[in-house]
Write a protein that binds this ligand. Structure first.
Ligand code: NAP
Length: 268
């Protein structure tokens, strides 16, 4: 039954984690692997880092593979799914994590079309069509997925889904799109027993936030930006994803899980 779904060595999940080579995605991939899932670690450019993540999973007794693919490319997405199925069979968990920040934090009045297109292609169009492809496969190959496992899709969005930053509007738009995408797929896939979740990280210490570390050090540690006065860690996000993957929320879909140190609380 779906409410008993859990990751176990006897009925392991097969999970794709996009952008699993670094940062949040890597923490998610390793945590899922350590929890017993077979993990497909997608990466774009960081081959060595992806292989390291796979090794970490294997050293803990788990199974992992790496796939180089650009999530913004139709061919890349199709190949990712094909390779995943070829090695591990039907995919029952997709974590849409891969994402990019704008190369330049440009004022809204200076945002270039190139940056807008790049951000939307990687952060929104890629996850949309990968979800579509994986969902079709989950429906078509339901008989190959262990009945104890509830297939799921988890989208990693951001506090930028609802926080207006006028120096990276294209990023905010891409993440707001992910929020609606979650609602859409959750509505459409419930009848097939597939739940869809949005995990919404706050400020997390990764390469992505490296260039703005000093700014956020001050905001978090001195100015009280967050009720929980520390940077988020990739492991904070990974724990939320593993809880969902273990079937902790069987009667929730389209749900947002804030992993943001309380940033979302409106305070006075
Ligand atoms: P990161 O450290 O920069 O890592 C990004 C990951 O995405 C890398 O594994 C990278 O792969 C992969 N990637 C980038 N473009 C790709 C593409 N076209 N195809 C496939 N993979 C691609 O970023 P992060 O901080 O971990 O962020 C992960 C996700 O969380 C993103 O969606 C981001 O928007 C979101 N998020 C981050 C924060 C934060 O504070 N860090 C907050 C909220 C939300 P390669 O290294 O192989 O290129």
């Amino acid at each position: 039954m779906a409410q008993d779904a859990s990751i176990s060595r006897s009925a392991p999940r097969t999970a794709i984690v996009t952008g699993g080579s670094r940062g949040i995605g890597r923490a998610i991939a390793v945590a899922l692997g350590q929890a017993g899932a077979r993990v497909v670690i997608n990466y774009f450019a960081s081959r060595d880092a992806a292989l390291e993540a796979a090794t970490e999973i294997e050293q803990a007794g788990g199974q992992a593979m790496t796939v180089q693919a650009d999530v913004s490319s139709p061919d890349g997405r199709a190949r990712m799914l094909e390779e995943a199925q070829g090695r591990f069979g039907a995919v029952d968990l997709l974590v849409n994590n891969a994402g990019i920040a704008p190369k330049v934090r440009a004022d809204l009045l200076e945002t270039s079309e190139e940056s807008f297109d790049d951000l939307l292609a990687t952060n929104l169009k890629g996850p949309f069509f990968l979800s579509q492809a994986v969902a079709r496969q989950m429906i078509a190959r339901r008989d190959q997925i262990d009945p104890a496992i509830a297939p799921a899709i988890i989208n990693i969005s951001s506090i930028s889904a609802y926080t207006a930053s006028v120096n990276r509007g294209e990023y905010c738009i891409s993440k707001a799109g992910i929020a609606m995408m979650t609602q859409l797929f959750a509505s459409r896939l419930a009848e097939h027993g597939i739940n869809v979740y949005e995990v919404r990280p706050g400020v997390i210490a990764t390469d992505m936030t490296g260039p703005v570390k000093a700014k956020y050090d001050k905001l978090i540690l001195e100015d009280g930006l967050l009720p929980i006065r520390r940077w988020g860690q990739p492991s904070d996000v990974a724990k939320a994803v593993v809880a969902i993957a273990e079937g902790a929320f069987p009667y929730s879909t389209g749900q947002v899980l804030d992993v943001d140190g309380g940033f979302h609380i409106r305070r006075l």
